[in-house]
Design a protein around this ligand. Sequence first.
Ligand code: ZN
Ligand code: ZN
Ligand code: ZN
Ligand code: ZN
Ligand code: ZN
Ligand code: ZN
Length: 404
Amino acid sequence: MAANEGDDATVSLVDVLEEDEELENEASAVLGGSDSEKCSYPEGYVKRQALYACNSCTPKGGEPAGICLACSYKCHEGHELFELYTKRNFRCDCGNSKFGDMECKLFAEKDKLNTENKYSHNFFGLYCTCDRPYPDPEDQIPDEMIQCIICEDWLHGRHLGCAVPESVELQEMVCESCMNKAPFLWIYAAHLAVPPTTKESPCKAEDGVKIEEENKEDEKDRGEEASTSPVDEKVKVNGTIGCKRRHQEMEEGSPAGSVECRLRELKALGKRRAEVGAVFWPSAWRAKLCLCNGCKKLYAEAGVAFLPDEADTVLAYENKGKITEQAGGTGGRDPLMSALDNLNRVQQLEIIHEYNDMKTELKDYLQRFAEEGKVVTPEDIRHFFEQQQTRKRRRANAGQYYCS
Ligand SMILES: [Zn+2]
Ligand SMILES: [Zn+2]
Ligand SMILES: [Zn+2]
Ligand SMILES: [Zn+2]
Ligand SMILES: [Zn+2]
Ligand SMILES: [Zn+2]
């Protein structure tokens, strides 16, 4: 890799090492407001928190259970954990009746069960409509896992029944099954969401077929969002996303002060879209959901009362954990951070969770560049992360899947 002076895409070793601090900020964004010291149980059903399931304590075949971040460190050290990213309205199960004799070291005085917790196959390390582990040793097709914001399951991009937009990070996805459980969302989808991009049935996307091309025509519709990178937002907004979003909505000319039912208005316009496949929503779409009493009842009946609440979003959660990111200074995105951004969320989480182990290895890796007097490029960093992933997958294969 030729290291050329003045090239934006190259970065010196010193620059990379200085990123340490920023990487830690990134970790705090993904782990959000989750406390790594105290069990979250006393806080009750936490609006959103990083969550784990322990395959050593509560394996498949038994009762599913979820544990908080602090318990994953303190009570399940060395156990085989599934990282579930974040889930809403969950209360830590660590050491309750689902764990037999095992006691929580941080908060032992728990009720036997948390009756309001919702569980899924994710708690046994299985994901998507295809019910597979991640990473999947039997699946060689590179694909991205995307979390449905309603059921919070993770789905393969190719199992969504629609083309995946390029700027997925900026968008919330609702899977087809959840769309059908809250069918009024189809009306909103016809007006607000990214239109389905395939001309024929979007369900026909075959495994492994590249569908990126089909998204190109969408580009111009998203121009506005593209100008607001998530990082700018995190820096500038600093916990007041709500205001920004309301402002944005005003610009788009929504009927402010209207007491009519927004849903009824949209229905009257008669615009429809094919009611198949997952739906990708642009940022701020939740602020456009009607809040009349009739609609609130609809949300409650469909089990999606959290939808109009901006604080429910993963973005809001990440901002909570994103403490002080110094404003200005560096001018533009750093290539290392961009490389990290380009990995999907599960990969990001895996990387960040093992960050401390990795830090030493990363420094050793970078040291070689220093010794050879080479400049580190974003490709080098990406290569390092990929090596880490492969190594991890191999470990997982050796352990979990040896018998199959
Ligand atoms: Zn806990
Ligand atoms: Zn355990
Ligand atoms: Zn515990
Ligand atoms: Zn799948
Ligand atoms: Zn869903
Ligand atoms: Zn309404």
